[in-house]
Design a protein around this ligand. Structure first.
Ligand SMILES: O=C(O)CCC(=O)C(=O)O
Ligand SMILES: [Fe+2]
Length: 335
């Protein structure tokens, strides 16, 4: 039995208010929570539960299909890193294969102008109802994510609309993750230890399994709350905040019971250069990083189809980019 984390709870309802004082009050509460912990719960009247239920029903139906039906929308066929991710496709260096399958949804960017490796049209499966079960959730949460970027800007002492010009086509990624029923999977984690690369993540999951690292190095459970989303700080927000907020290492322990989880990773526009926006305490120096290129660089080193493209010479990476795990990422108080 592991201990359970006691994470701060922030009600973000006020971010939808026309009253700037209410929005500022939420920003102050968010700042206090994120200084204390890289993981927190957020609640809010703006969350539309019906869209959560539709997303879950869609994911259940999608993953229940046979492998051939799912592989018809294999991520390796997509133009923007979207599609089905079979077990073993994504692998962190030195880690065993995670016991999970996923469907990645990216920014559905149909235009030719401004295409980037993570910006292009989504690969949607043929399954009836899939797109309508998933895209409204993606758009709903992206709008709430924009409110949260406003709150973070305020919290960092910047103008509330500081990030708005950099949120036109961000390659936010929604992952539909399915951890199959696996009572025999003693030695395989659901997802190995990592920090999230982006600015922040909003997660909704159907059951326990998520764990964060405590200051003494122990793994502690993050209990799911039916009324709240789990939010965590990613590498890029650690950098933007110059270490005021920390990207906390987390993992998904082996879960014998079937589990679904839906993280949405919020980032800024592909060409935005992430660098500290406020002075820090000098304990850590964060070099500037091009956000989209960084994300793609990390992805290209963990996904089998991209490694194969590199091996065939179809994809050439910029070796000047920092290696995985070197950006943001600092162990922090989890509770
Ligand atoms: O499934 C979960 O609870 C968390 C997943 C996660 O940490 C990730 O996909 O980055
Ligand atoms: Fe994560």
């Amino acid at each position: 039995m592991t201990d359970a984390a006691t994470l701060p709870v922030v009600d973000i309802s006020g971010l939808a208010s026309a009253d700037a004082a209410e929005r500022r009050a939420v920003a102050a509460a968010l700042d206090r929570a994120c200084v204390r912990s890289g993981f927190l719960y957020v609640t809010g009247a703006q969350f539309d539960r019906a869209l959560f239920n539709r997303l879950l029903a869609t994911a259940r139906a999608y993953f229940a299909q046979d492998s051939a039906a799912k592989m018809a929308s294999y991520i390796g066929r997509s133009a923007n890193h979207s599609g089905y991710v079979p077990v073993g496709e994504e692998r962190f260096a030195g880690s065993p294969v995670d016991l999970k399958e996923a469907f990645d949804v990216n920014n559905d960017y149909p235009h030719d102008d401004g295409r980037r490796p993570l910006l292009g049209p989504n690969l949607w499966p043929a399954m009836p109802g899939f797109r309508d079960g998933v895209l409204p959730y993606y758009r709903h949460l992206s709008a709430i994510g924009a409110q949260l970027f406003g709150a973070f800007a305020t919290a960092l002492g910047l103008a509330e609309d500081h990030f708005a010009p950099h949120l036109r086509h961000p390659p936010n990624q929604l992952r539909l993750i399915h951890y199959p029923h696996a009572p025999e999977a003693d030695d395989r984690p659901g997802i190995g230890a990592h920090t999230d690369y982006e600015c922040f993540t909003l997660l909704f999951a159907t059951g326990p399994g998520l764990q964060v690292i405590a200051p003494d190095g122990r793994w502690i459970d993050v209990p799911q709350r039916p009324d709240a989303m789990v939010m965590n700080i990613g590498d890029m927000m650690e950098t933007l905040s110059n270490g005021r907020y920390t990207a906390t290492t987390h993992r998904v322990r082996k879960v014998p019971d079937e589990r679904y989880s839906f993280p949405l990773f919020f980032t800024l526009d592909y060409d935005y250069v992430v660098a500290p926006l406020i002075p820090g305490d000098g304990t850590r120096v964060y070099p500037p990083v091009a956000s989209g290129a960084h994300l793609f660089h990390q992805t290209a080193q963990t996904f089998a189809y991209l490694k194969e493209r590199r091996a065939r010479g179809e994809l050439v990476l910029d070796d000047a980019m920092p290696p995985p795990g070197s950006f943001g990422r600092r162990e922090a108080a989890a509770a």
